[in-house]
Ligand binder design. Structure first.
Ligand code: HEC
Ligand code: HEC
Length: 217
């Protein structure tokens, strides 16, 4: 809805209704997303990539709800490079109020991708043999940390900077989405410099890695 349209609806409702409405006149997250011009950088259309920011058309499949809401209210850099480049530098991102973040996170949660098989990875962190194997795959079979920040011993964040930080992947990403991404990164990000692991890992290995990554917090 355009600003002027929202205002006229609000005026028609009368001042009493405005005071009764929680938050502000942008009654839902979709309207806030529009009013804050998030779409000027982020695409919410799966078929249309943006060269300015990550695609949010699958945000509801990718991010954990609590992380998304908290991040929108208090964004911290995810990447050590400018989006879509290898140029070092972080992005300072505009913050939303707590109320707006809740609304927008609720709206983004509705944007899902059918390619992500829900429930593919068992809930929770990898334990026992799965944990040992996940660590082996992540650290030895492929040095994922060569391009991603991870937390090392004592919680120290180390690693490469080409890809987004995975230091908080267990709080930030959904395990089912990680599997779908490893299988076909170009589906989610056509221009990505991310390696395609579909030939190097089998299905079970991808699930084990994703479950192992749920311990990254
Ligand atoms: C000026 C361009 C711009 C605008 C406007 C903008 N963003 Fe962003 N956004 C970015 C960039 C660039 C990143 C990547 C930041 C990073 O990697 O640290 C990002 C990251 C994000 C992320 C995390 C994505 C990820 O996978 O790393 C979310 C969620 C997000 N933005 C939501 C929003 C919302 C909601 C709005 C509107 C309130 C908004 N953005 C407005 C440029 C923008
Ligand atoms: C050669 C460098 C490189 C290696 C090695 C690498 N990645 Fe990545 N990865 C990337 C890049 C580049 C991206 C996407 C860039 C972006 O979104 O800004 C990415 C994206 C990702 C994402 C999506 C994260 C997000 O927030 O969008 C996941 C998950 C991921 N990689 C997991 C892994 C795992 C697991 C391994 C090891 C098996 C690995 N990567 C190895 C470069 C790498």
């Amino acid at each position: 809805m355009k600003m002027s349209k929202v205002l006229s609806v609000v005026l028609a409702m009368g001042v009493g209704a405005v005071l009764a409405a929680p938050g502000n006149v942008f009654a839902d997250g979709k309207a806030t997303f529009g009013a804050k011009k998030c779409g000027s950088c982020h695409s919410t259309d799966a078929a249309k990539a943006s060269d300015k920011a990550p695609n949010l058309s699958y945000a509801g499949s990718k991010y954990q709800a609590a992380w998304l809401e908290a991040w929108l209210a208090k964004p911290t850099p995810v990447r050590q490079v400018k989006w879509g480049t290898l140029t070092k530098g972080t992005t300072s991102h505009d913050a939303l109020s707590a109320g707006e973040a809740k609304e927008v996170a609720a709206y983004l949660a509705t944007l899902t991708d059918a390619k992500v098989a829900k429930g593919a990875v068992p809930a929770g962190e990898a334990k026992g043999a799965a944990k040992v194997q996940g660590k082996l795959l992540f650290e030895k079979k492929q040095g994922c940390y060569g391009c991603h920040l991870v937390k090392g011993s004592g919680g120290k964040v180390t690693g490469g900077f080409t890809g987004p930080s995975l230091a908080e992947a267990g709080a930030r990403l959904q395990a089912d989405w990680i599997v779908a991404y490893l299988k076909d990164p170009n589906h989610f990000f056509p221009e990505t410099m991310s390696p395609n692991y579909s030939k190097r890992f089998n299905d079970n290995e991808m699930k084990t890695i994703a479950q192992y990554m749920m311990s990254f917090k």
